[in-house]
Ligand binder design. Sequence first.
Ligand code: LLP
Length: 420
Amino acid sequence: MHHFHYRDGELFCEDIPLTRMVEELGTPCYVYSHATLRHHFEVFDGAFAPMDHLTCFSVKANSNLAVLSLLGKLGGGVDIVSGGELFRARRAGIPPERIVYSGVGKTREEIDAAVGQGILMFNIESSQELEALNARAEALGRRARIALRVNPDVDPKTHPYITTGMQSNKFGIDVETAIKEYRRAASFPHLDIVGVDCHIGSQLTDVAPFVDALERLKTLIGRLREIGIAVKYLDLGGGLGITYDRETPPHPEEYAGAVMERLKGLDGTLILEPGRVIVGNAGILVTRVLYTKQTVSKNFVIVDAGMNDLIRPSLYGSYHHIQPVRDEGRDTHVVDVVGPICESSDFLARDRELPMVKPGDLLAVMSAGAYGFTMASNYNSRPRPPEVLAHGTHYHVIRRRETWKDLVALEFVPDFLKRS
Ligand code: LLP
């Protein structure tokens, strides 16, 4: 459910016509719906209400301060994977006791920042990381709470680039090794073992892999108990998929039902790390048609958003629905929607049936709220687009458009090159 709808042939976000918004803001432009974000969080979080739980939004999916603030106000925590995400989360007012920190390559500086803040839990991904954390906690005169990220070796049946819980992936620690590492962790004086964690992949459209992973985690918890290690938190990661095209992912209620059924009798707190399911369909990218062109084999629609603005189609071959901002019922034809970047992989859609468009027309690239802006770059020296939050009849610029000056703001030409 989202709040992007046509009224008299005009696409609106909540109660604002997108045409009006981009007249004022230009294109390309990311637009998020406040009501949709809120609804998605409440539905997801509400689905787990019967259980003691904490929904930790995965910041990498959308790290805008306004989005994080909103989710924090709704009671959410966050899942972070860098010092930068920690900084953002704290800036957005997320309390440290609602922050979990995952990722295989935490640096000393990042560890220090998170230990200093006293976050809820570090999800540890290797034996050396365990040692590093213990050493830094000792140096800082603190204790750190940990879970081991277990690699349960289940196939989430999603794109290989976003599969994380299989033996061949760099993530987590296999179950047998995890038991040894838990024993070792128990002997480290500056660490408190509080949880077990896993994250098996992203854009999952079936509950079965989640359930398999959960069963393996439960078995592990049982085995840990036998050796005198009790955990309070079970972190099941994120990964619940959304509908981009024709996928039929489980509704959060169904997902929560399947999870909670298997956790009956287990006392402790469940942690979830949803990203895409909260923000994916709460955001779109609005772009303007620059030119159309026919070659011998194809019809191209050249738009002002490129792979630097939204890389998912180029990187994963992902489908994003594209629709005209003004639906005038025009005839359709099959086109490639491409951007201005000098690469053939710069496309937003390939062989897509779309209504005929002409230069100046606006197109909405749907489901772009997750991993859209956060993966945007300045490739081809293109300033990144603004992010806008629609709220009823108003909108708020929550990140301004970058300027050409911004592009060079961090660069220096050494003096010797300035001499003629
Ligand atoms: N927790 C951890 C440890 C993760 O690595 C991720 C995503 C999540 C939670 C959130 O997963 P979600 O609920 O959003 O599926 N750039 C890719 C997705 C990469 C996901 C990486 N990890 C894309 O655009 O599809």
